[in-house]
Design a protein around this ligand. Structure first.
Ligand code: UFG
Length: 340
């Protein structure tokens, strides 16, 4: 059985990916420092798959701890690297924390692959590397733009660190997945997104408003160049994103890569406005959302969505869940969490 280390495997996207990896026959080892996740997600993974993955509670930016982990495990074939700080606004206030944590973690993972004979890396990148693109939808060859935040810069530089390392090291392969906006939860409602405190992201804010935890959703910006004036993103289901990681890993293991480093956009390939998300949520759940349209949020781009042709052709990946299913699973998860 191939042994894969999943950093941040207790987190939102990480936990869903661990489930898909286990269901595809991989042996999974998780490392997580629980800075933005809960050990409960390990219980959820076990309840879904019947397998409790081995867990190390450690910080990936701690080189000594990573040396210990890799030498204890011995035969880690590949790493799926999610562990990172991810709040855009916070990164502006605490840039050194973001650079230290996100970049050192990535450097350590590449170093460990080299030192311990690992071969494969799947990196959690983001459409943030495109900034506000001049042409939509964005393809993988759309130029990257200077990052809008220290967080975004860690994704851009993280990609570069990985690409430069695999270029210098013949036996290592890497794929960066540039995520658009993953939403929703596992259909079992046993794992899902668990933001600490007030959510930054749209869908958790909507589900918490629906659950009565937040009084009102503020929609940031009603004067964008879009059909209803609200901003456009490419929302898609987190389980579909999790499957993309398994396909990326298999592509490398099966020797199908074109070169040592590849990049794929992962999104639904269509743009949806914030208001459309709110209306669709209301329609599929029957719950009304109290909302108001306020000023734009600093640092937000107006619109972005993916061209996913490359992922379809090369990874054999496309979304399977609809927007409606994605929003319904997000709501089912919130309801289970709050016992509604
Ligand atoms: N939004 C609201 N109200 C809220 C929260 C969000 O109107 O309470 C709006 C935002 O202004 C934006 C849209 O909903 O127009 C989506 O916002 P999210 O915060 O959910 O997602 P972003 O596209 O802003 O951010 C996501 C990831 C970041 C990443 C960024 C760019 O969460 O980690 O994409 O890649 F940096």
């Amino acid at each position: 059985m191939h042994k894969i280390l999943v950093t941040g495997g207790a987190g939102y996207i990480g936990s869903h990916t661990v489930v898909e990896l286990i269901n595809s026959g991989f042996e999974v080892v998780i490392v997580d420092n629980f800075s933005n996740s809960s050990p409960n997600s390990i219980d959820g993974i076990e309840a879904i798959t019947g397998v409790r993955p081995k867990l190390y509670e450690a910080d990936c930016s701690d080189a000594t701890a990573m040396e210990r982990l890799f030498s204890a495990e011995g035969n880690i074939l590949g790493v799926i690297h999610f562990a990172a700080l991810k709040a855009v606004g916070e990164s502006v206030d605490k840039p050194l924390d973001y650079y230290r944590n996100n970049l050192l973690s990535t450097i350590n993972m590449m170093q460990m692959l080299k030192e311990f004979g690992g071969k494969y890396m799947v990196f959690s990148s983001s459409c943030t590397v495109y900034g506000q693109p001049d042409v939509l939808p964005v393809t993988e060859s759309t130029p990257r733009k200077p990052a809008m935040s220290p967080y975004g810069n860690t994704k851009r530089v993280g990609e570069d660190i990985i690409q430069d390392t695999v270029n210098s090291e013949k036996g290592i392969y890497a794929i960066s997945l540039r995520y658009f906006n993953p939403i929703g939860a596992h259909p079992s409602a046993l794992i899902g997104e668990l933001p600490l405190g007030k959510p930054d992201n749209l869908v958790p804010f909507i589900t918490q408003t629906a659950a009565g935890i937040r009084e009102k959703l503020q929609i940031f910006g009603g004067d964008y160049d879009s059909p209803d004036g609200t901003a456009i993103r490419d929302y898609f289901h987190v389980v579909d994103l999790a499957r993309a990681h398994v396909l990326a890993l298999k592509r490398m293991i099966d020797g199908k890569c074109k070169g040592n480093y590849e990049v794929f956009n992962v999104g639904a390939g269509r743009g949806i406005t914030v208001l459309e998300i709110v209306k669709t949520f209301e329609r599929v759940t029957g719950v009304k959302i109290n909302y108001e349209i306020v000023g734009r949020r600093a640092g937000d781009i107006e619109k972005v969505w993916a061209d996913t042709t490359l992922a379809e052709k090369e990874l054999g990946w496309s979304t399977e869940s609809t927007l409606e299913e994605s929003l319904l699973t997000a709501w089912n998860w919130e309801r289970r969490l709050r016992k509604i």
